[in-house]
Design a protein around this ligand. Structure first.
Ligand code: AMP
Length: 310
């Protein structure tokens, strides 16, 4: 497709899933749209064209595929295989920073090996959203000379696929993970010490997502901190981290640069999109969200964090 050649194009690989979510407050969403790459792609599509790599089963709702296309998400890298789409069920505790996975079925992801359409191989921006590190590496093998590669992972892979993950991290300049994953990966509770150890594994830049406490960004010797948008109620935190990453990478891809100043703006855009995501179940809030809503909240962030020197 012609649109895949655009300079701002962004390739993402990761899970595309059907989720069931329960909250302590009695909320439940059954068989709703989910998956790390799904949240990422939709968030990034507010900023730039996205090329989605992954697999779904023949039970995946056609109207969601149509919605992706309408949002400028290219699906020529999304395989539709006979069988069931990945399923995940999670339950949040009263403290919504804590959740349990009640069930996980890889389904069509079992035995899946991504092959990139030729037009994706020149993508300047690449994100390896949460999925087995071997699949992330396989995508990285196929892109020619990306300007920026970012990646995410999760506890499961740190536990069961650490050698593959460590191999991958040597090739990933920007790692975006949450605080719990940072602790598990580094064996350190303190985030500064954790960051130092993780960056010794390869990434030259690291964003640590801390839920309602915001984001810490480490690059070389510099640290940048952004708060989370203060929300009275968090409805469903699922995908907040993935939409954060989608906002970050989407903004950088659209800007076409990854300078220190752009990265700081990108972190705030990521935080803004994530703050909308948690206001409703699944991707529901993103269906009605507009770029104007994003810009308005971005300006609120600026005033939230501005203060005089001295
Ligand atoms: P997050 O809230 O950022 O951890 O992302 C939640 C999304 O991750 C859900 O929509 C799930 O479908 C997806 N997910 C859960 N477990 C896995 C897994 N083992 N591999 C890939 N994606 C997963």
């Amino acid at each position: 497709m012609a649109e895949t050649k655009k300079a701002g194009a962004l390739v993402v690989v990761g899970s595309v899933a059907i989720d069931t979510i329960e909250t302590e407050q009695g909320g439940r969403a059954t068989e709703v749209l989910g998956g790390a790459a799904t949240y990422f792609a939709v968030a990034a599509s507010f900023f730039t064209p996205v090329q989605l790599v992954g697999v779904v089963g023949d039970d995946f709702p056609k109207q969601d595929l149509d919605w992706f296309r309408a949002r400028g998400i290219d699906l020529s890298g999304l395989e539709v295989r006979t069988g069931r789409t990945m399923r995940w069920t999670g339950r949040y505790h009263e403290d919504m920073n804590v959740r349990d996975t009640l069930s996980f079925e890889a389904n069509v992801f079992d035995g899946y090996m991504p092959t990139l359409p030729a037009a994706y191989c020149d993508a300047p921006f690449v994100f390896l959203a949460n999925i087995a590190p071997a699949l992330q590496a396989r995508v990285l093998d196929q892109v020619k000379s990306p300007r920026l590669v970012g990646a995410d992972t999760m506890n499961l892979w740190i536990d069961i696929a650490r050698p593959e993950l460590e191999q991958l991290l040597r090739r990933v300049p920007l790692l975006i993970i949450n605080d719990e994953e940072a602790r598990l990966l580094s064996g350190e509770r303190n985030m500064i010490r954790a960051a130092r150890k993780i960056m010794a594994l390869g990434p030259t830049s690291l964003m640590i997502k801390r839920g309602e406490y915001g984001v810490l960004y480490f690059s070389g010797d510099t640290v940048f901190s952004a708060p989370a948008y203060p929300l009275e109620e968090v409805f469903d935190p699922t995908g907040a981290g993935d939409t954060f990453a989608g906002g970050v990478m989407g903004y950088l891809a659209a800007a076409g640069d990854a300078s220190a100043a752009s990265v700081r703006k990108a972190i705030v855009y990521g935080s803004v999109v994530a703050s909308f995501t948690v206001e409703a179940f699944s991707l529901e809030r993103l269906r009605t969200l507009t770029r104007d809503d994003i810009e308005r909240r971005y300006r609120e962030f600026v005033s939230l964090t501005s203060f005089d020197v001295g």
